[in-house]
Design a protein around this ligand. Structure first.
Ligand code: SAJ
Length: 420
């Protein structure tokens, strides 16, 4: 069975590339977003996010008419929901920070598509979600459309099929990974899974493996928690090594020579919108049981403060030092500053007023307003190294890795990424 129309709800870092790739398979794609500016940008054949080669694909599918964006959902055979699932910042009964998942964007998406749903439609939740979210989505749809049957009541014979298929693409490699990664497809019934597999087969070259919706939700959370726990291990090692006067990078390389050891890289903390968020969904569901997962989050969240203290101590050795901070993005070779430990560190240093701060970020043209207001200056690597007393490596961008190490020899260097 082929699909003629697919609607993608949420045209962000996941939704837009997904919409563009499906449209490139000669399927009519209707992209829906609440942001009018994003909709206008896409309809003009441009993109509002940074992802290698995405501009070329979007331009081509908008030109052929296969991708069109709108703010108001229209009928389609498939609705793929790719909206954010952040958490609410709050406090629990013991005064500890709590991280309750915020499903309001999914709920809004459900309410927006419900009026145009038709018998035979498939609804897929792609957003990373806590266990039970797909069932909630089906519940919201049912509430809005009592005239249709849903899999929670009608199983394989439901009018509307609902499945969870978590996105797993790595920012910077989205277009490749969308096609090459295996997909975990969790239908609310066997019929839902089978129909979702048909859809993914239109653009995925990897395997499509079916399970139920709850297992698919947990699989995604598990993948990112696995990475978070392993980075926490590396970050804890880096702090231990500082105390024991051991080079952690050399240590990790040596330990990784063992055939069954594969330690990840320590850094200034864990950023991005996934790894620092998703483990909290497991902790929130099972607070008594998820101990290692919670501790990993706390360890990784504490790392930026450890780095800030180290920089402050180094700065204390000078009267009014110039501190060059290399990198603001949340990881190498991207322009994305959101949830970035590097940005958090630079912001905190600026507010402590411990010296003149220069930021080097080759992937952006202007500093975020709050940093400029605090007096932080944006400069090239060469200009920054010329005047800096203290150099802090916060991101392992290719430009920094390519730098001549003798340029750092007269500086106090704090290298959180092990590249100098
Ligand atoms: N980091 C380290 N040390 C490492 C690896 C990463 O400190 O050895 C840091 C990075 O600098 C960054 C953060 O962790 O601040 C996260 O970066 P990342 O490259 O590990 O992951 P993301 O957030 O870009 O993408 C992850 C991916 N998940 C896994 O690799 C298990 C991706 O496949 C998911 O699709 C994505 O989360 C998501 O959307 O959930």
């Amino acid at each position: 069975m082929t699909f003629k129309t697919v609607s993608v709800i949420g045209l962000g870092y996941i939704g837009l590339p997904t919409a563009a790739v499906i449209a490139s398979r000669d399927i009519q794609v209707i992209g829906v977003d609440v942001n009018q500016q994003a909709v206008d940008t896409i309809n003009a054949g441009n993109i509002h996010i940074v992802e290698p080669d995405l501009d070329i694909v979007v331009r081509s599918v908008v030109t052929t008419g296969n991708l069109r964006a709108t703010t108001i959902p229209e009928p389609a055979e498939v609705f793929m929901i790719a909206v954010p699932t952040p958490f609410y910042h709050g406090e629990d009964a013991n005064g500890e920070a709590s991280h309750k998942p915020n499903l309001s964007y999914i709920e809004s998406a459900a309410k927006a598509i419900a009026p145009v749903l038709e018998k035979g439609n498939l609804v897929i939740l792609e957003s990373t979600s806590p266990v039970g979210a797909t069932e909630k989505l089906a519940g919201w749809l049912k509430e809005a459309r009592p005239d249709l049957s849903f899999p929670q009541d009608a199983g394989d014979t439901a009018d509307i099929n609902v499945a969870h298929c978590p996105e797993r693409v790595l920012p910077g490699y989205v277009l490749q990974e969308l096609v090459s990664n295996d997909r975990v497809i969790g239908g609310m019934s066997n019929a839902c899974s089978a129909r979702a597999v048909e859809l993914y087969k239109t653009f995925v070259r990897g395997e499509c493996i079916t399970t139920n919706a709850r297992t698919a939700e947990m699989a995604k959370l598990t993948e990112n928690s696995f990475r978070d726990v392993n980075i926490a291990f590396a970050n804890e090692l880096s702090v231990i090594c500082d105390k024991l006067k051991i080079n952690v990078w050399e240590l990790v390389k040596l330990a990784n020579r063992h055939p069954r050891v594969n330690i990840l890289n320590p850094g200034p903390g864990v950023g991005g919108h996934c790894i620092a968020v998703d483990p909290w969904f497991i902790v929130d569901s099972c607070p008594e049981e998820a101990n290692i997962i919670k501790q990993a989050r706390l360890t990784n969240d504490a790392k930026p403060y450890y780095v800030i203290d180290k920089i402050t101590k180094a700065a204390d050795e000078f009267k009014r030092p110039v501190i060059a901070c290399l990198g603001l993005a949340f990881k190498a070779d991207i322009d994305d500053l959101r949830e970035s430990p590097a940005l958090q560190i630079v912001q905190e240093l600026a507010s402590r007023d411990i010296g003149d701060i220069i930021a080097v970020e080759p992937n952006i043209k202007a500093l975020p307003e709050n940093l400029s207001k605090e007096g932080v200056k944006l400069a090239t690597l060469e200009a920054a190294l010329e005047v800096a007393n203290v150099v802090v490596v916060l991101v392992d961008h290719k430009e920094f890795k390519a730098a001549d190490s003798t340029q750092f020899s007269t500086k106090v260097v704090i290298d959180t990424r092990g590249i100098v």
